[in-house]
Design a protein around this ligand. Structure first.
Ligand code: C2E
Ligand code: CA
Ligand code: CA
Ligand code: CA
Length: 281
C-alpha cells in the first residue's frame, strides 16, 4: 500500500508538471507573439435597431499563431492577465484600433466608432487616462471627434470607485465614450450608474440566447432597457443570432444589436468592405 501511495504521488507530480509546463510554454509563445506581431484585431459591427445600419464596431483580439492557428481570447486572455502581459498587449490593442480609425478616416470613411475592451489591470495603471489620450494624439485623433469607445465591466467599475470616477471623468471630458460590457452579469452597480459618465449598456448574450422562451430572461432584458432609458443610456444587445431575437429586441425598445445574425467578427479587409458599402446588414 505504501508503494502504491508513493507511485500515486509521483504520478500526481508528473501531472502537475505537465500542466505548469504547458502554461509556461503558452506564456513563452504569447511573449513571442507580441514581439513577432502575431496579434490582430477583428471587428464586429454594431447595428442600429431602426435602420439596420452599422453605427460602430467592437475590436476583438485574435492571435494568429504559426503553431496553433487562429486562437480566440478565451484561450489566452486569462494567462495574459495572470502574467501582466495584458498590459503591453492591451496597449497594442489600443494603438492598433487608433491606427485603424486613422486609416479608415484617411480613406474617406466618416464617423468610425471603434469600441475597445479593457482589462481592469490596464485601467488601474497610473495615469491610464493620460496614456490613452497620448496614444490618440499620436495618431492624430481628436477624442471628441473620432469615436474610440471603451468597454468596461461592472467589476472593474466597482473596484475603487473614487479613482474610477476620476479616470472616467478625465477621459469623458476629452470626448471618450464608455459602455458597460456584459451588463447584468456582474455586481449590481445600479446606484453607481448615475455617477459614472457612461453612454451605453451592453446586455450580456446569456440573456439574449433564450429570450423568446425564458420569461426570466425576458424580464431581465426589459428591466435593463427601462433602466437605460430612464438614465438616458443607449442599450445594445450582444450575441443576437436569430431574426426572432432581433424582432423581439426591437419590440422591447432596444437601441442597437451585435451578433452573428448581422456579422461575425471579421478581419480588417472585410470590415473595410462593409463600411465602404455602408452596408445595411
Ligand atoms: P466580449 O467583450 O463580451 O465580446 C463578445 C464575444 O461574443 C466575442 O467573443 C464575440 O466574438 C462573441 N460573439 C459576438 N456575436 C456573437 C453571437 O451572435 N453569438 C455568440 N455565441 N457569440 C458572439 P471573443 O471574440 O471570443 O472574445 C471573448 C472575450 O474576450 C470578450 O468578450 C472580451 O471579454 C475578451 N476580449 C476580446 N478582445 C479583447 C481585448 O482586446 N482586450 C481585452 N482585455 N479583452 C478582450
Ligand atoms: Ca466587449
Ligand atoms: Ca460582452
Ligand atoms: Ca462576455
Amino acid at each position: 500500500a505504501k508503494r502504491e501511495g508513493r507511485n500515486n504521488f509521483q504520478y500526481y507530480t508528473v501531472q502537475m508538471n505537465a500542466t505548469s509546463w504547458q502554461r509556461l510554454k503558452l506564456e513563452t509563445e504569447l511573449r513571442q507573439a507580441l514581439a513577432r506581431n502575431e496579434f490582430e484585431l477583428h471587428y464586429q459591427p454594431k447595428v442600429d435597431m431602426d435602420c439596420n445600419k452599422i453605427v460602430g464596431m467592437e475590436a476583438l483580439l485574435r492571435w494568429q499563431s504559426a503553431e496553433r492557428g487562429l486562437v480566440t481570447p478565451a484561450e489566452f486572455i486569462p494567462l495574459l492577465e495572470e502574467t501582466g502581459l495584458i498590459l503591453p498587449v492591451g496597449e497594442w490593442v489600443l494603438r492598433e484600433a487608433c491606427k485603424q480609425a486613422r486609416a479608415w478616416q484617411d480613406a474617406g470613411i466618416p464617423d468610425v466608432h471603434i469600441a475597445v475592451n479593457l482589462s481592469s489591470l490596464q485601467f488601474r495603471q497610473p495615469d491610464f487616462a493620460g496614456s490613452v489620450l497620448k496614444i490618440m494624439q499620436e495618431h492624430g485623433l481628436d477624442p471628441a471627434m473620432n469615436g474610440i469607445e471603451l468597454e468596461l465591466t461592472e467589476s472593474l467599475l466597482l473596484d475603487n470607485v473614487a479613482r474610477t470616477i476620476d479616470t472616467l471623468n478625465t477621459l469623458h471630458e476629452a470626448g471618450i465614450r464608455f459602455s458597460i460590457d456584459d451588463f447584468g452579469t456582474g455586481y449590481s452597480s445600479l446606484s453607481y450608474l448615475k455617477r459614472f459618465p457612461i453612454s451605453s449598456l451592453k446586455i450580456d448574450q446569456s440573456f439574449v440566447q433564450d429570450l423568446s422562451s425564458n420569461r426570466d430572461d425576458e424580464s431581465i432584458v426589459s428591466a435593463i432597457i427601462a433602466l437605460g432609458r430612464s438614465l438616458g443610456l443607449s442599450v445594445i444587445a450582444e450575441g443576437v443570432e436569430t431574426a426572432e431575437q432581433s424582432a423581439q429586441l426591437r419590440r422591447m425598445g432596444c437601441d442597437g444589436m451585435q451578433g452573428y445574425l448581422f456579422s461575425r467578427p471579421v478581419p480588417v479587409a472585410e470590415m473595410t468592405y462593409l463600411l465602404q458599402n455602408s452596408a445595411n446588414l
